[in-house]
Write a protein that binds this ligand. Structure first.
Ligand code: DLL
Length: 436
C-alpha cells in the first residue's frame, strides 16, 4: 500500500520547501495586488509593494486578513479571477454573523483533492477501499471535499451525506464500507445507533476513519476506536483556506502535517500580532500560495495551536500542528478563568463510565458567572441507586474543579436526553450573551 500520495512534496527538505514557498508567495502577492482592490488598498496603506515580497522571510510585512474583512467584502470582493473561471462556490456555516463565500477554479479543485488524497493515503486509504462520506454535501466543504479526494485516490466512494442514521448503518454493513469520514461527534452517534440496532463492530468492515471539522480529545478518539473497531485519524481545515485537507494525521498521530507546498503557516500572539517561534502556542495564520480564485493572505484563523518540526516516524517533513483545542472564540471566560469545552470533555471521558455526551451552560447570576455541566449517564449507571448518582456527581465536580480551577454544578441526566449532532456538535449554551 502506498505510504505517500505525493512523496516529493510530503518529504521535501526544508530548504527546498522554503524555496518553493517563496516563489509561489511572491507570485500570489503580485496577483492579488493586481486583481483584488482589497489587497491593493491594504498593502498600500501598510507601505508594502509586491516587489518587497521576495520570499517567506518577507511574509511578516504583509497585513493580516480577518473574518470581518471577508464579511465586509461579501460575497465576491476577495475573488482574484473573473467569475467565468470560477467553477464552484462553498460557504461557511455562518453561525455568527454573515456567512462567507469562497470560490474555486478548476485548478483550485485539483489542489484541494490532492490535499485530501494525501490525508486519505496517510490513513492507509487506497483503490481497494470503500469510502463512506457522512460529512454534509452542499455549501459545507466536508462532503464534496472528501468526496473528490477519495475519487482521486480511486476509492469506491459512497456519497451518503448526513442524516438518516439507521440507513447509514445498513449501508456501512451491506456495502462493506472500509473507511469513513464524518465529525467525531457523529461517529459516536453512529456507534450508539449501531448498538441499538443490534449490530456489533464485528459485523462491519470499517478499519479507518478521518474525523474533523470540530475539536475532539484523545479520550474521544479511544471511545470511537473502541466502539467502531477502527483507527481514528484527525483531519483539519477551514472553508476560508480550502476546506478539509489543510492538515492531516499520519500513523504517528502526534499532530497534523500541514500541506506546506500549498499553505504557509505561522503562529502569532493573538493580542499583538507578533510572529511566534515554532513550538510556542499561538493563533494559527495561513497564507494560500497556489489558489487562483480565493488566495487568502495571512488569514487569522482564531484557532489556537502549536507547530512542531520534530522528526516524524512516517518520514514526512511537513510541519505538524498539534490538535487545536478550539477556536479562541470558543474559549469561555468564566469568572476570569479560560475554559475550553475540550478540557471538560477530557475530564468527563477519563472517568470511564460517562457517556460522551455533555453540555456546558453558562449563566450570569447577580453579576457572577455560573457554569453547569450536564452529563449524560450510561444505561448501567442510570439503573444504580440514587446515592451512587450523587457520589458520581461529586466525583466529577471535584475532578472538573481541579482541572479547570473553577467550581461547576454537575447534573447527571438520563441516557439519551442530550441532543445528538449530525454535523458539528454545539456543546456550549452561553446565556450571558443574551444580557450583554
Ligand atoms: O470544518 C472543514 C472541514 C471539514 C475540516 C471536514 C475537516 C473535516 P469550517 O466549517 O469552515 O470548515 O470550520 C473550520 O472548524 O477553524 C476549526 O476551528 C474547526 N476544525 C476543523 N477541523 C478541526 C479539527 C471545516 N480536526 C473550523 N480539530 C476551524 C479541531 C477543527 N478543530
Amino acid at each position: 500500500m502506498a505510504k505517500y500520495w505525493n512523496k516529493p512534496m510530503e518529504t521535501a527538505k526544508l530548504h527546498e520547501m522554503r524555496a518553493l514557498q517563496s516563489w509561489r508567495l511572491s507570485q500570489t502577492v503580485r496577483r492579488v495586488y493586481e486583481n483584488v482592490p482589497f489587497y491593493r488598498d491594504k498593502m498600500d496603506a501598510a507601505g508594502v509593494k509586491p516587489d518587497d515580497i521576495r520570499g517567506t522571510e518577507d511574509l511578516y510585512r504583509l497585513p493580516f486578513v480577518s473574518k470581518q474583512d471577508l464579511r465586509d467584502t461579501y460575497p465576491y470582493g476577495m475573488f482574484a479571477v473573473p467569475m467565468e473561471d470560477v467553477v464552484r462556490l462553498h460557504a461557511s456555516s455562518g453561525t455568527t454573523g454573515k456567512q462567507i463565500v469562497v470560490g474555486y477554479t478548476r485548478s483550485d479543485l485539483d489542489v484541494w483533492s490532492e490535499c485530501c488524497a494525501r490525508a486519505l493515503t496517510a490513513a492507509g486509504g487506497s483503490k481497494s477501499d470503500f469510502m463512506h462520506v457522512s460529512y454534509g454535501y452542499g455549501l459545507f466543504t466536508g462532503g464534496l471535499g472528501m468526496h473528490d479526494g477519495a475519487e482521486k485516490v480511486g476509492m469506491t466512494v459512497i456519497p451518503v451525506s448526513v442524516g438518516n442514521t439507521n440507513r447509514q448503518i445498513s449501508i456501512i454493513k451491506d456495502f462493506g464500507s472500509t473507511v469513513i469520514c464524518c465529525t467525531p461527534s457523529y461517529a459516536l452517534f453512529l456507534a450508539e445507533t449501531m448498538q441499538e440496532m443490534g449490530i456489533t463492530k464485528d459485523d462491519i468492515k470499517l478499519r479507518a476513519g478521518l474525523f474533523g471539522a470540530e475539536p475532539w480529545t484523545e479520550e474521544m478518539r479511544r471511545e470511537i476506536e473502541d466502539k467502531l473497531g477502527l483507527k481514528a485519524y484527525d483531519i483539519y481545515g477551514l472553508t476560508e483556506i480550502i476546506g478539509p485537507g489543510v492538515s492531516f494525521e499520519c500513523d504517528e498521530q502526534t499532530g497534523m502535517h500541514i500541506n506546506e507546498d500549498h499553505f504557509i503557516v505561522e503562529t502569532i500572539n493573538p493580542d499583538t500580532g507578533e510572529v511566534l517561534p515554532e513550538g510556542e502556542q499561538g493563533e494559527i495564520v495561513f497564507t494560500c500560495i497556489t489558489k487562483e480564485a480565493f488566495p487568502i493572505i495571512r488569514y487569522r484563523t482564531r484557532d489556537i495551536g502549536i507547530l512542531s518540526r520534530k522528526e516524524c516516524s512516517c518520514g514526512r517533513t511537513l510541519v505538524k500542528m498539534l490538535k487545536p483545542r478550539g477556536r479562541s472564540d470558543d474559549m469561555l471566560i468564566i469568572r476570569g478563568v479560560n475554559v475550553f469545552p475540550s478540557q471538560v470533555e477530557s475530564v468527563l471521558l477519563s472517568f470511564g463510565d460517562n457517556a460522551p455526551y455533555y453540555q456546558l451552560i453558562v449563566e450570569r447570576v447577580n453579576n457572577l458567572d455560573t457554569l453547569e455541566i450536564k452529563v449524560e449517564m450510561t444505561s448501567s449507571m442510570f439503573s444504580d441507586a440514587v446515592r451512587n448518582i450523587e457520589e458520581h456527581e461529586a466525583a466529577i465536580r471535584n475532578a472538573v474543579e481541579s482541572a479547570l480551577g473553577i467550581a461547576a454544578k454537575i447534573t447527571l441526566v438520563e441516557p439519551k436526553t442530550l441532543t445528538r449532532f449530525e454535523g458539528k456538535a454545539v456543546r456550549v449554551i452561553d446565556n450571558r450573551k443574551l444580557h450583554d
